[in-house]
Structure formats: structure tokens, C-alpha cells
Design a protein around this ligand. Structure first.
Ligand code: B12
Length: 430
């Protein structure tokens, strides 16, 4: 009888284990290969490509880039302080750089925290005030009846709250309240679809607030919102196991990891997501450095919430640059590029070497066929802003689709079209 009791206790214990979201270690060679993709971007010190997310991702990973890392943070500091605090010498060459957005400032503050620094001093306090002001402005743009939209996005709103939280900076309940409302009432929807990245980011911000108890009056609502976020993310799991899509799974796992829920759904869902991620990693799906920087912490069992008290002494493996094996191909493929709804509709077949990116196709089309386009640089790479002379307006964007109607999951620099494919560019609202 006593043995049966012990057995039941053990089984009960195993059942309880299944409630926890764990992402068991994956092959370290696969992880290193991902990390190696970040290295060229850390050498490339062209100011427009500086990306604080790379630094954060690396510091929360099991990998390190040696002296490059410290140097990169140094350049980040110089660049961000110059642009944000107006410390630039007043000539045109240094001043024509756009000011970092709210989300970029947030990521910069997270990079400081990833190095175990708290923002402080006169300059630091000014940066914190700027971020608080950004959030206040966004709160006003959303409006007292919640009918408006943030000028950036709820994703950046969540990122802003998270960055201040990991520095233990207090925000007014009303600022946090807007994000609580948005999550509860599905205002993070993009084109009628749940943006898993956006809810995950909100969930990370709430988790930080819950752990730090910075808004005690909102405690109950925050706890409830975290549970809502978890449920929404679990519901968005695809049959292969991704939460939303392959590229929102890293942030979704950052949120779910190390959390627990009654029932057995969570543990199983996370193991399935891990298997799907692994398959995608082996397929070479992770090319984009921003996404890699969101994935590496997950593969090390960490999330952005760990920036509350990062472990800066944790041993990390030194990354060695990858040995390049250039794969020259003479084979040409042909891609149909079309923009049916432009003032001047466009449709042409473009020939490019196999393995070319969609950006290569656009360049070729511009060179040879009277197609025109413009891009803006972002932390995710080149963002298409204008096509055939038509610039996307406020809350509009040029969507990339595989005809007839499948939105691409990657941007122009990362997506590699297949032979015979038709790519459509479509101006849509979001
Ligand atoms: C908000 C958002 C959008 C908004 C951006 C508008 C706005 N005012 O915020 C809209 C709806 C327009 C959008 C569009 C697209 N997006 Co988007 N977007 C995001 C999201 C949720 C947050 C981005 C953000 O604010 N980052 C924080 C700030 C601080 O960084 P930032 O670099 O300054 O932000 C700018 C860029 O991110 C840019 N941007 C947004 N999406 C994309 C995608 C690409 C490929 C590029 C180069 C730039 C870019 O807009 C931001 C605001 O200016 C991310 C989620 C994530 N995990 O990152 C997805 C995400 C980056 N988007 C993604 C994709 C695929 C797209 C599209 C290519 C979809 C499509 N089929 O057309 C298009 C871009 C097409 C183009 N014209 O080049 C993927 C990229 C995956 C990858 N492998 O890199 C992500 C990760 C979502 C996902 N899980 O699938 N997006």
C-alpha cells in the first residue's frame, strides 16, 4: 500500500512536471552556427546597421564574441548618445541620421542592462525621461477611449515598458493600463490576425512588472493579462508546432518558458514548438540577425525578463568566424514580379541566378524593366517603403506575397524566390 502511495506521488510529480514549459538543450553546433551569423554584423560598423538587439541576444545566449562584444557596446553607446542627446558636432554629415525610435531606444537601454549596467547619471536620466515621454505621447495617441493607435505599434509600446522595467524605473499606472487594455480587447490585431510577436512582447513586459512589483495597484490585472497572453499564444500554435509562425516562435517561447499552467497542455506545446524550431534551424530558416537575436536566449533557457538581474559572469563559448564556402551557381531562374494595383500596373518576368534574394530581383527589375522601388533601413533589414513611385502612407505598407495570396514570412533581403514563382507587391493597410 505504501508503495502504491509512493508510486502515485511519483506519477503526480511527473504530471506536474509536464505543466512547465521547458526547452531542453539543443545541439551546441547548431546554436554556434546561428551565433556565427551575427559576427559579420558586429564587424560592419557602418552606423546605419548598428543593432542593439544583436548585443542583447548575444549576452543572453551561451555564446560570446570576445573583444568585439565590448567594442560593439562602446560604439552603440557613442552612436545612441550622440543621436539621442544631441551631442553631435553640428555638421550635416553627423546630423542627417534619423533619431532612434521609441523601440530602438528601449533596445539600447536593454543592451546596457545586458552588460549589468543600470542607466544613471545625467545622460542616463535624460534617456530614461525620453523613453517615458515617448510612452506618454503614445498613450495620448491611443486616447482616453482607446480608439486611437500608437504612432509606432503596440509591439514598441511593450518593448518600451519592458526596457524601463528591467532598469526598475517606475511608470504611471495609466501607461501600463493602455497595454493591459489592448491585450484584453485584442487591439494588437494586425490585419485581423493575432500578432503573436506583439502579445508575446506585452507578456514579457507584464512578467517583468509582476516580478518587480513596480505597479502594485495593477497587480491583479497584470497577472490576469499574463494568463490571457499565454492562452492566446497556445491557441495560435500551428500543426507543425510553431506559435504563430516560425519567426514569432522565439519570442513566444521567451514568454512561455519557465512558466507553469494547470493541466498538461503547456509542457507538451513547448516540446512540440522546440521540435518545430529545431527542424526549421536545420532547414536554414534562420537567416535574419534580428530573429536570431530573439532566438539565441531561448536556446540558452533565457528571456528578456532575465535582464532584471542578468548573470554577467556566466561562462559562454567563444564564437569563431565561420569558414565561408561560396557556392557559385551559373543556373538562372525566372521570377514573375507584379504590382497589379499601381497607378502604372507592372508585370515582368525577371531572370536571376538561383539563390538570389527578392531584393536582387527588385534591383534587376529596376535596372532592366522600368520598375522602381525604395527602402528604409531597419533592425530587421531593408524595409520596402515605396513601389512604382507610390510611397506607403500612415498605417499602410507594401506587403510581399507569393501569388495569389500568401504573405511572405521574410523581407526582401532574406527571401529567396524559387524558379517559376510569382511575387506580388501590394499596398495594404494594417
Ligand atoms: C510591427 C511589425 C510590422 C509593421 C511595421 C509598421 C510599424 N509602424 O510598426 C508592418 C505591419 C508594416 C509589418 C510589415 C511586414 N512585416 Co513585420 N513585424 C512587426 C513586428 C511585430 C514589430 C517590429 C518592431 O517594431 N520592432 C522594434 C523596432 C524597435 O525595430 P525597428 O527595426 O526600428 O522596427 C521597424 C522594422 O521592424 C520594420 N519592419 C516591420 N516588419 C518588418 C519586416 C521586415 C522583413 C523588415 C526588413 C522590416 C520590418 O517596421 C518597424 C517600424 O518601423 C515584428 C516582430 C518581431 N519579432 O520583430 C514583425 C516582423 C519583423 N515582420 C515580419 C514580416 C515578414 C513582415 C513583412 C515582410 C510581411 C509581408 N509579407 O509583407 C512586412 C514588411 C514588408 C516590407 N514592406 O518590407 C517578420 C520578419 C521575419 C523575418 N524572417 O525576418 C516578423 C518577425 C513577424 C513574424 N513573426 O513573422 N511588420
Amino acid at each position: 500500500m505504501r508503495h502504491l502511495g509512493a508510486l502515485l506521488f511519483l506519477l503526480g510529480g511527473l504530471g506536474a512536471l509536464a505543466d512547465v514549459c521547458e526547452v531542453p538543450e539543443v545541439d551546441s553546433k547548431l546554436v554556434e552556427r546561428l551565433g556565427q551569423r551575427l559576427l559579420p554584423w558586429m564587424n560592419w560598423l557602418s552606423l546605419e546597421h548598428l543593432n542593439p538587439s544583436i548585443y542583447v541576444g548575444l549576452r543572453l545566449s551561451s555564446l560570446q564574441a570576445g573583444a568585439r562584444e565590448a567594442f560593439y557596446l562602446h560604439i552603440l553607446k557613442l552612436n545612441y548618445q550622440q543621436k539621442l542627446l544631441g551631442l553631435a558636432v553640428d555638421d550635416d554629415s553627423s546630423n542627417n541620421q534619423a533619431k532612434p525610435s521609441m523601440g530602438q531606444l528601449a533596445l539600447y537601454l536593454m543592451a546596457l542592462r545586458a552588460n549589468c549596467e543600470f542607466v544613471g547619471g545625467r545622460k542616463g536620466d535624460r534617456l530614461v525621461s525620453q523613453l517615458k515621454r515617448f510612452l506618454e505621447d503614445e498613450k495620448r495617441a491611443i486616447g482616453s477611449n482607446h480608439k486611437g493607435h500608437p504612432r509606432t505599434s503596440y509591439y514598441q509600446y511593450g518593448l518600451g515598458i519592458l526596457a524601463l522595467c528591467v532598469h526598475q524605473k517606475r511608470l504611471h499606472d495609466s501607461v501600463v493600463g493602455k497595454l493591459l487594455y489592448a491585450v484584453k480587447h485584442d487591439q494588437h490585431l494586425q490585419q485581423d490576425r493575432l500578432s503573436v510577436d506583439t502579445v508575446a512582447m506585452a507578456g514579457l513586459a507584464f512578467t517583468c512588472l509582476e516580478q518587480s512589483n513596480l505597479n502594485p495597484n495593477q497587480r491583479h490585472r497584470i497577472t490576469q493579462a499574463i494568463s490571457t497572453v499565454r492562452q492566446k499564444i497556445l491557441k495560435a500554435q500551428t500543426s507543425e508546432g510553431h506559435f504563430g509562425n516560425v519567426y514569432s516562435t522565439p519570442l513566444a517561447l521567451q514568454l512561455l518558458m519557465n512558466s507553469s499552467m494547470p493541466g498538461e497542455k503547456l509542457g507538451r506545446a513547448c516540446l512540440k514548438a522546440r521540435a518545430a524550431l529545431l527542424a526549421s534551424m536545420q532547414d536554414g530558416a534562420f537567416k535574419n540577425v534580428l530573429i536570431i537575436s530573439q532566438l539565441l536566449p531561448v536556446l540558452n533557457g533565457k528571456s528578456y525578463v532575465d535582464l532584471i538581474s542578468p548573470d554577467c559572469e556566466a561562462p559562454r563559448v567563444l564564437l569563431q568566424p565561420a569558414v565561408e564556402t561560396p557556392s557559385q551557381t551559373q543556373e538562372l531562374i525566372s521570377v514573375m514580379l507584379k504590382v497589379p494595383h499601381a497607378l502604372q500596373p507592372y508585370r515582368h518576368r525577371i531572370s536571376v541566378p538561383a539563390g538570389s534574394s527578392l531584393e536582387d530581383v527588385l534591383k534587376k527589375a529596376q535596372e532592366l524593366t522600368g520598375f522602381t522601388y525604395e527602402t528604409r533601413n531597419s533592425l530587421s533589414g531593408p524595409f520596402l517603403t515605396s513601389v512604382m513611385g507610390k510611397e506607403a502612407g500612415e498605417r499602410e505598407f507594401w506587403q510581399l506575397l507569393q501569388a495569389p495570396n500568401t504573405p511572405l514570412l521574410e523581407g526582401i533581403a532574406d527571401y529567396t524566390p524559387k524558379d517559376g514563382q510569382t511575387i506580388e507587391l501590394r499596398l495594404v493597410s494594417w
